[in-house]
Design a binder for this molecule. Structure first.
Ligand code: PHE
Length: 457
């Protein structure tokens, strides 16, 4: 056992691994916590009507997200590989299951392309905050519209953000990813806590925000809302595309995967709910509408910041940008680790070429005037890429990962990763075999309006 451990750590050190336990937790939480929690969760909750959506999302986190995070970490740590190599190593070289890895790499590529555009807005808002927000709430909201409809501005900030992401990923696992997460994640938590307490106790919107978020009204929940709640559980926990699998491959053998997966899922969910309370308190306090789509946080928070001044707003947008950065790093790392492991590219070459290609694809999303007809509406690429990756690519990738772990991966390998064959093992495998895949399948089919027993009119 001791020997094995040493051997494992030797293998790992050539690919890089986390310096310690806290390093892993922070990096995984850094991947999970990002724009998904602070930008996306509040806005889609607003768009899909509040409480009932939140409830479905929370259920999805528990019965789909958590088991899958455990599965991804198991596959990653056992194989010590990137998402494609992992399936090859745990099954056989030409296994069809490697498609799961391909799909993941494609998802990482597409998600990062639009993620960087939104992160660019956050970056732009650091500088706007320095100057300060002023004027009527209409005026402040107009500034957001001006930013997104001004292609050169959006493209510029997207460029800066991608350059930062590429620079850090070139730095490699320990120096790049871990060092930043250690400082910035705790700081983000504190500032969000402050904003939430402010919203609850110093605005008139606190109670209404809690009601909106936690009192389900099922009449407001559509089939698409349910699909989006599931998709968001994947998106926010960085699941279904091999990010957690890749991070698991840098994890040491003597740590408990289950405990770490629970910690990361709880942290991620708590941050999202805190952001929700903070933002909806303001929405209701200022009499705004909850359904403001992608602009929600950029339109509401600055109205408050106009009163509090740059002392709060500058740190907030700095931390939001860093939260986005630690997620963006994990998205790029998935794509890059494949080319390093399987194609023998150097880290620098892989990061520059793939990062460059993602950057160019992102320009499509940065120019909001470029729209095409999608699902019966004229839509921009940001929305379209987000919809396809979040609602279909991640859940399908997750479904395949889950089936692989439950039915294909060798029992001895699973036991090795989980430590024992006790109650926990049996419960988890039962979930991965039956509950999780059936839940995912039902929600996808429902989203496509294909369930025979539901009346979609
Ligand atoms: N989980 C990240 C967020 O919430 C986004 C992400 C998705 C990162 C998928 C990695 C993989 O912002």
């Amino acid at each position: 056992m001791g020997n094995n451990l040493e051997k494992n750590q030797n293998i790992k050190s050539s690919r890089g691994n986390w310096t310690g336990h806290l390093g892993f937790i922070l990096a995984a939480a850094g991947s999970a916590i990002g724009l998904g929690n602070i930008w996306k969760f509040p806005y889609i909750t607003g768009d899909y009507g509040g409480g009932a959506f939140v409830l479905v999302y929370l259920i999805c986190v528990v019965i789909v997200g958590l088991p899958l995070m455990i599965a991804e970490l198991m596959i990653g740590r056992h194989s010590q590989k990137n998402p494609v190599g992992a399936f090859r190593k745990l099954h056989y070289q030409k296994t069809p299951w490697q498609i799961t890895g391909w799909l993941g790499i494609a998802s990482g590529f597409l998600i990062l392309s639009f993620y960087s555009v939104v992160a660019g807005w956050a970056l732009a808002y650091i500088f706007k905050s320095l100057v300060g927000f002023s004027g009527t709430s209409q005026h402040i909201q107009g500034e957001f519209i001006a930013l997104v409809t001004h292609p050169s501005a959006s493209i510029w900030w997207h460029t800066v953000f991608m350059a930062l992401t590429i620079a850090i990923v070139i730095g490699g696992v320990q120096k790049g990813i871990e060092r930043w997460s250690k400082i910035l994640m705790p700081a983000l938590f504190l500032i969000l806590l402050g904003l939430m307490l402010y919203g609850l106790f110093f605005t008139h919107g606190g109670i209404q925000a809690l009601t909106f978020l936690f009192k389900p009204d099922f009449h407001k929940l559509s089939a698409e809302g349910m699909l989006s709640a599931l998709g968001h559980a994947f998106f926010t926990l960085s699941l279904g595309m091999g990010a957690m699998l890749t991070y698991g491959s840098y994890m040491r053998k003597n740590e408990s995967i289950v405990r770490d997966a629970i910690t990361v899922s709880i942290l991620d969910t708590v941050i999202a709910l805190m952001a929700g309370v903070a933002i909806f308190s303001l929405v209701f306090h200022y009499g705004m509408k909850p359904g403001q789509s992608v602009g929600l946080i950029f339109k509401t928070l600055p109205v408050l910041f106009a009163q509090t001044g740059p002392l709060i707003s500058v740190p907030f947008f700095i931390l939001l940008t860093f939260a986005a950065l630690t997620s963006a790093i994990s998205l790029l790392e998935v794509v890059v680790s494949y080319f390093i492991d399987e194609k023998n590219w150097s880290r620098v070459k892989a990061t520059l070429i793939l990062g460059g290609a993602i950057y160019l694809t992102g320009i499509l999303s940065a120019v909001s005037m470029w729209t095409i007809s999608f699902r019966g509406k004229q839509q921009g690429f940001l929305d379209i890429f987000d919809f396809i990756t979040t609602n279909y690519m991640l859940p399908i990738g997750g479904l395949l990962t889950c089936l692989f772990t439950a039915w294909v991966m060798k029992e001895a390998n699973k036991i090795e990763e989980l430590g024992s064959k006790g109650f926990l093992y049996k419960g988890l495998i039962f979930f991965l075999r039956y509950i999780t895949p059936i839940a995912v399948l039902l929600v996808i089919l429902n989203g496509l309006k294909l369930l025979p027993f539901v009346d979609y009119k």
